[in-house]
Design a protein around this ligand. Structure first.
Ligand SMILES: [Zn+2]
Length: 149
């Protein structure tokens, strides 16, 4: 059974052409269109749900105060980051998050979109001599952002 997000892909056409669910689409408002295009393509092969996209400065400040985020003007505030997870979400399935991470990076690379993943901040998994995520010292496995501007 294939479909993206919250069971909204139940009818025949959508099973053939999976797309992001309503709730996920809603959460992608204000997010960089390159990132949205990548997720729309990922969604054709991989059931995902969007946890958070654009973040208000107010909420970002709260997260910094709570120690959950370190940057005052992070990529979420700029609309250049999304948090996504395999759907349905199983927070203990670490491998699934890694599998999705590699998949998103692959799709993005094919589309010419330069993306950084929170499971591999240094992008060492993409460097031929390295090919590892073991150097990642702060895992944010749901996080994907546009590199640079
Ligand atoms: Zn994030």
């Amino acid at each position: 059974m294939h479909g993206c997000d919250d069971g909204s892909c139940k009818n025949g056409l959508e099973v053939l052409m999976p797309k992001l669910g309503k709730r996920s689409k809603e959460k992608l408002k204000g997010v960089d269109s390159r990132l949205v295009l990548v997720l729309e393509r990922v969604c054709k092969h991989f059931d995902i749900t969007v946890i958070e996209g654009l973040r208000s400065q107010e909420r970002q400040n709260e997260l910094v105060d709570q120690g959950k985020s370190k940057t005052k003007f992070g990529k979420h505030v700029q609309g250049k980051a999304v948090d996504i997870a395999p759907y349905p979400i199983d927070w203990n399935a670490r491998d699934d998050f890694h599998y999705l991470g590699g998949f998103v990076l692959g799709v993005a690379s094919q589309m010419g979109v330069d993306i950084r993943w929170g499971g591999d901040w240094s992008s060492s998994s993409l460097k031929q001599e390295q090919r590892t995520t073991k150097d990642n010292n702060f895992d944010d496995l749901v996080h994907f952002e546009i590199k640079g501007k």
